[in-house]
Ligand binder design. Structure first.
Ligand code: ZN
Length: 148
């Protein structure tokens, strides 16, 4: 495993729409392992493919000590609303209030290609939405609540 370099705001890579993962091989496993290590090294709650320069639909998340790998994640249900300050490993120390669903259900695949469904509330919901946005080139700053 290796800690990878994090792509920072301003880089075009963060604005690209990522392609689905179609091959579930050793290379994908290595990418996910590296993303996990990188997320922990920088004390993040989540990390998406483009943040390590890989334009594929992959993300890793750790909320409340529950680690999840999401391959080709899709939100299939979203309920309620919640506003919290969030940040991003690609955006330095900046924190902004962002409105997200309070509860989301996500369908994804694991590193072997098996489908699963995960439902998260509050921070897990927020984190999954934030990472899935990355896969479509969207940053949390785009969704920040207007000030004043
Ligand atoms: Zn982020």
């Amino acid at each position: 495993m290796a800690v990878r370099k994090i792509v920072k705001m301003g880089d075009e890579l963060l604005r690209k729409k990522c392609k689905p993962v179609t091959v579930f091989d050793e290379k994908l496993a290595e990418l996910l392992d590296d993303m996990k290590e990188t997320m922990y090294a920088f004390d993040g709650m989540g990390l998406a493919g483009p943040q390590v320069g890989v334009l594929r639909r992959v993300a890793v998340i750790d909320v409340n000590n529950m680690f999840v790998e999401l391959v080709n994640p899709q939100i299939i249900k979203a309920e309620g609303e919640d506003v919290e300050y969030e940040g991003c490993l690609s955006c330095g120390k900046q924190r902004e209030a962002v409105k997200r669903p309070m509860k989301v259900t996500v369908k994804a695949q694991d590193r072997f290609g098996y489908e699963f469904v995960i439902t998260g509330e509050k921070w897990l919901a927020r984190c999954m939405c934030h990472e899935i946005d990355h896969l479509d080139g969207i940053l949390f700053l785009d969704k920040a609540e207007k000030k004043g």
